[in-house]
Design a protein around this ligand. Structure first.
Ligand SMILES: NC(=O)c1ccc[n+]([C@@H]2O[C@H](COP(=O)([O-])OP(=O)(O)OC[C@H]3O[C@@H](n4cnc5c(N)ncnc54)[C@H](O)[C@@H]3O)[C@@H](O)[C@H]2O)c1
Length: 349
């Protein structure tokens, strides 16, 4: 695999896929061999905008004919089990967008199918690849703030997210599965695995189906506590969208991330302010550049892992730990009680 140009096919050419497509088109050592959408006009325009070899309207046809080294599925979650199945049945390594699937059982089934076939599977869980999150991880790894005690991972906005993603208004399980999956993954990535959690949800906006506010308290291995806040219903000025905020306290210091992309590290009695502004590419656009950079980074990570024969950070198996938190949070909110993550329940493990 080393050195060979890798052929990727992208399934789903909708709103968010344009970031995937731009990043693949930009990446050295990768050829956009095919793009596929049920809507032939979307596939055709993606092929022309991102110089793909061919446009398809049928995923199976692309997988059978485009001689792919891997496939990148950027459709909504209801189609993931079917599309991952098509790729895995053909032995084609697969990336699939978040959310992996609408239920815990369906998430496990997708991961298990790939595992049983020995086909590499990565969930495109990009937020942990954002510059500020990576920089926070580096500070934690340096040991400067000591043993972790407490954190808040927060994404609260009043931005109209329904304009570009109208389907969100109809999601039965909404903010935890759409945004919470990113924030809970960041909490895991920075604070470690989770032993138990307690969540409260609310539906604030009129006329939507699912919850648009969720507050989750996690107890991590080692005893640290974190609070993960997700809200699409917060009238805030100035609105931090699309940035998250972070606050982490350790035994010797703390880290705070506040918009616009400013990280404060307090350690050894000294405060330091670090610019964590994400990189811009020819194709990226403010204020989306943080997410766009993370898309390019996770795609680069996948290619590096493929070439080195390594398992990606957000492999299917690893991602189940994040989905164990998401579906655990729904159960906790429903019963009003703390729960263990789904992947830790003997019946589910
Ligand atoms: N990681 C992130 O930061 C991030 C941000 C936004 C959206 N997303 C996720 O990306 C996914 C897609 O969201 P979107 O807003 O781009 O949706 P979208 O509806 O705009 O695009 C999905 C596209 O997939 C196509 N499609 C569906 N089934 C197909 C099939 N069987 N074969 C071929 N094409 C098919 C549809 O025709 C559509 O064009 C969602 O899961 C969403 O949660 C992730």
């Amino acid at each position: 695999m080393t050195g060979k140009t890798l052929r990727v096919g992208v399934i789903g050419c909708g709103f968010f896929a344009r970031n995937h497509l731009a990043a693949w088109a930009d990446m050295e050592g990768v050829t956009l061999a095919g793009v596929c959408d049920l809507d032939p006009a979307k596939a055709a325009s993606a092929a022309s905008d991102f110089r793909a070899e061919r446009a398809y309207a049928d995923a199976a046809e692309m997988l059978d004919t485009a001689k792919l080294d891997f496939v990148d599925i950027a459709t909504q979650m209801d189609s993931h089990a079917f599309l991952v199945g098509l790729a895995v049945d053909r032995g084609i390594p697969t990336i699939v967008q978040k959310p992996l699937a609408p239920t815990w059982e369906a998430s496990v089934a997708i991961v298990e199918k790939a595992r049983a076939a020995g086909v590499p599977l990565m969930v495109h869980e990009n937020t942990r690849f954002q510059t500020p999150v990576r920089r926070a991880r580096e500070v934690l790894d340096s040991g400067r703030i000591g043993t972790l005690n407490w954190a808040r991972v927060s994404f609260r906005t009043g931005h109209d997210i329904y304009g570009k993603q109208p389907y969100l208004a109809d999601a039965e399980n909404f903010v935890l599965l759409d945004l919470g999956v990113h924030m809970l993954d960041v909490a895991r990535y920075l604070m470690g695995e989770v032993e138990s959690l307690y969540c409260q949800t609310r539906t604030v906006k009129q006329g939507i189906r699912g919850e648009d506010m969720a507050t989750t308290m996690l107890r991590h291995e080692g005893g640290a506590t974190s609070i993960v806040e997700c809200s699409y219903a917060s009238p805030i000025h100035p609105d931090p969208f699309p940035e998250m905020t972070l606050h982490i306290e350790g035994s010797k210091g703390s880290i705070s991330l506040t918009p616009p992309y400013r990280m404060s590290v307090f350690a050894d009695g000294r405060a330091e302010s670090i610019d964590v502004e994400p990189a811009m590419f020819d194709w990226s656009e403010k204020p989306w550049h943080g997410a766009q950079e993370s898309v390019a980074r996770i795609q680069r990570h996948w290619v590096d892992c493929m070439r080195a024969g390594r398992t990606p950070e957000t492999s299917g198996a690893d991602s189940l730990k994040t989905y164990g938190l998401v579906f655990g949070a729904y159960r906790s909110a429903r019963f009003g009680q703390p729960v263990v993550p789904f992947d830790r329940e003997p019946a589910n493990g």
